[in-house]
Design a protein around this ligand. Structure first.
Ligand code: 6PG
Length: 464
């Protein structure tokens, strides 16, 4: 009998099953097409002894210890729905279904209600780290109930990445909390990738070849920017295409895919009245990238300025650091707002801690971020935490120089500019929405509040 089952033997499901087996647990494995399950078992080497394959869901469920725990790792959306529907009649009271794929947390909340209404248990779990993470140690964000988590906690902690021995996995909050945190993780991932891509664009326009850029990213990875995404960027820029011998990046179509998590982050941020502009600009940049013909036509209509922006390497590095801090800050503020709204009591410091290893956005900054959050963020803003104030004071001037230089030369830097604009807006005690309030009152009698009196519903002289 197996302690846990994994259904969905795609890249991530297979890697997770092998990770579980590698940590000494017997694991039942199943896939809609049994050949795939067999291929995973055949490729498992010595670990095959701990894998219990089944050709159909009935046998799969029957091979599990009671109370049963089934982990679903299939594509988000209809496939998850269909597996849950098929599993429900096969399970008994207190059995557990875990959706470990990326899911819209609204779906998770709904599915948790449905599954729990049948006397079963449900967890929505975010797993980050790509294939290698899933196989050797991902970061794991658990949402649901503590009772549902208890029977699999030992397995989750065993398979998770460790940061100085601490498992990068935890129970974060009720219903959709785990999937929401994973979604925001991905939103930050989108923004960080976009910021890096903008730096690459500026360096490329400056005439640097791929090897030079790779070396620069490798140097940056040894400093304050140390992170998985900077590290792999150095590797990617160095890599050559097997067929042509050209740098790989030069043979890749510049249209970015997206499965939805970045967009979900922005949608939920807007619903909560929050600003996640660095993430928003990253999602926008991917959407614009899809308009390849339009971009070609627009370039022909408005030929780009040829000149490169004059930016020092040190400024570029500092600009990336400042914008990364601002991006993390926006993500954390969004999590804070969601936690209040959905009554999750998210421990944001713990979130930052379980992102320190295993996940795609892991970076040396996250240890400092969790420490800053533990001390309390003034007004919920990372950019106001004393340790980050110093960092931003040191690095925002470079971000400003980079954005100015890039924009002066017509270079595209939506995420760098968005993070700077957020910073400049949030540090203005007196903004410009006094005029907007006046306009709203002028055309719609919406009323405004006054600085010199309490109450609201005041109107301007135009009301008469
Ligand atoms: C992770 C990744 C993972 C996946 C994303 C990519 O944390 O391991 O984020 O979840 O690679 O789904 O998302 P896009 O396809 O939308 O870029």
């Amino acid at each position: 009998m197996a302690r846990i089952g994994v259904t969905g033997m795609g890249t991530m499901g297979a890697a997770l099953a092998l990770n579980i087996a590698d940590n000494g647990f017997d694991v039942a494995v199943h896939n809609r097409s049994p050949e795939r399950t067999q291929a995973v078992v055949d490729g498992a080497g010595a670990l095959a002894a701990r894998l219990h394959p089944s050709d159909n869901l009935e046998d799969f469920v029957a091979s599990l210890e009671v109370p049963r725990a089934v982990l679903i790792m299939v594509n988000a959306g209809a496939a998850v729905e269909s597996v849950i529907t098929s599993l429900i009649p096969l399970l008994d009271r207190d059995d557990l279904i875990v959706d470990a794929g990326n899911a819209d947390f609204n779906d998770t909340r709904r599915r948790a209600d449905l599954v729990e209404s049948k006397g079963l248990r449900y967890l929505g779990v975010g797993v980050s780290g790509g294939e290698e993470g899933a196989r050797f140690g991902p970061s794991i964000m658990v949402g649901g109930t503590r009772e549902a988590y208890a029977p699999i906690k030992d397995i989750v902690e065993a398979i998770a990445a460790k940061f100085e021995g601490d498992p990068c996995a935890d129970f974060l909050g009720a219903d959709g909390a785990g999937h929401f945190v994973k979604t925001v993780h991905n939103g930050i991932e989108y923004a960080d990738m976009q910021l890096i891509a903008e730096a690459y664009g500026l360096l490329r326009a400056d005439g640097r070849d791929m090897d030079q850029m790779a070396d620069l990213f490798a140097v940056w990875n040894a400093g304050a920017l140390q992170s998985y995404l900077i590290e792999i960027t150095a590797e990617i820029l160095k890599a050559k295409d097997r067929e042509t011998g050209k740098p790989v990046v030069d043979v890749i179509l510049d249209q970015a895919g997206q499965k939805g998590t970045g967009r979900w982050t922005v949608i939920e941020a807007l619903k909560l009245g929050q600003s996640a502009t660095a993430i928003e600009s990253a999602v926008a940049a991917r959407s614009w990238s899809a308009l390849r013909d339009t971009r070609a036509a627009a370039e022909a209509t408005y030929p780009r300025d040829a000149s490169a922006a004059r930016i020092s390497d040190a400024d570029m590095e500092a600009a990336l650091l400042a914008s990364r801090i601002i991006t993390y800050g926006q993500g954390m503020a969004l999590l804070d707002a969601a936690s209040t709204n959905f009554e999750w009591s998210l421990d944001l410091a713990r979130v930052a801690e379980i992102w320190r290893a295993g996940c795609i956005i892991r970076s040396s900054l996250l240890d400092d971020i969790s420490a800053a959050i533990r001390k309390g963020l003034p007004h919920g803003q990372l950019i106001l935490a004393p340790s980050f104030v110093t960092l931003l004071e040191d690095n925002v001037p470079a971000l400003r120089r980079v954005v100015i230089a890039a924009m002066a030369e017509g270079q595209s830097v939506p995420a760098l500019a968005a993070s700077l604009s957020f910073f400049d807006t949030i540090r203005r005690a007196r903004g410009t929405t006094d005029l907007i309030q006046a306009q709203r009152d002028f055309f719609g009698r919406h009323g405004f509040q006054r600085l010199d009196r309490t109450g609201d519903g005041f109107h301007g002289p135009w009301a008469d």
